[in-house]
Design a protein around this ligand. Structure first.
Ligand SMILES: [Ca+2]
Ligand SMILES: [Ca+2]
Ligand SMILES: [Ca+2]
Length: 161
């Protein structure tokens, strides 16, 4: 399945369908909620390709259901892979963190990608943020001054002072 968005600045969110597997394996949201975003449900697909085309596009990958390729195209695009909320570990208080050290809320983090994911930045100064990935991830900045930001928040058992 191929999804081509617009030459403008698109907002795109990828997710799995979670428990609604009778309806879909995965879902693609296009547009901001305030602007009446579109939703594409898919299942029984071999692969998913997203072409966000021109414009400064903004993408969030919470999960994937099939092998996925994302082509960000021209423009200064930004993509975030996975969301990891933080909670305060109240059993571990320090002078710097009197209410508890912030740790990864692993119960509420998103998968990022459950299937192999390739992201091609294309031309422009693109920004890649990886918070959590659950399968192979291939990031290609391509032309431009690209930034790769890898954030690993240790869990409660892993915290190192
Ligand atoms: Ca676009
Ligand atoms: Ca780009
Ligand atoms: Ca680039």
């Amino acid at each position: 399945m191929i999804v081509n968005t617009t030459q403008g600045a698109d907002r795109i969110v990828l997710d799995s369908a979670g428990k609604n597997t009778d309806e879909a394996a995965g879902v693609v949201f296009v547009g901001r909620i305030s602007e009446g975003r579109e939703q594409v449900n898919y299942r029984q697909q071999d692969g998913l390709t997203i072409n966000s085309l021109g414009g400064d596009d903004s993408l969030l990958v919470d999960d994937t259901a099939v092998i996925t390729e994302i082509n960000l195209g021209r423009g200064d695009d930004a993509i975030v892979i996975g969301i990891v909320p933080t909670i305060l570990d109240q059993g571990n208080r320090t002078p710097e963190f009197p209410d508890g050290v912030p740790v990864a809320d692993t119960a509420n983090m998103t998968s990022g990608n459950s299937t192999p994911l390739t992201v091609n930045g294309g031309a422009g100064d693109d920004f890649f943020e990886v918070n959590h990935n659950s399968s192979n991830l291939f990031l290609n900045g391509d032309a431009g001054d690209d930034t790769f930001f890898y954030q690993h928040l240790p869990g409660p058992q892993e915290y190192v002072r």
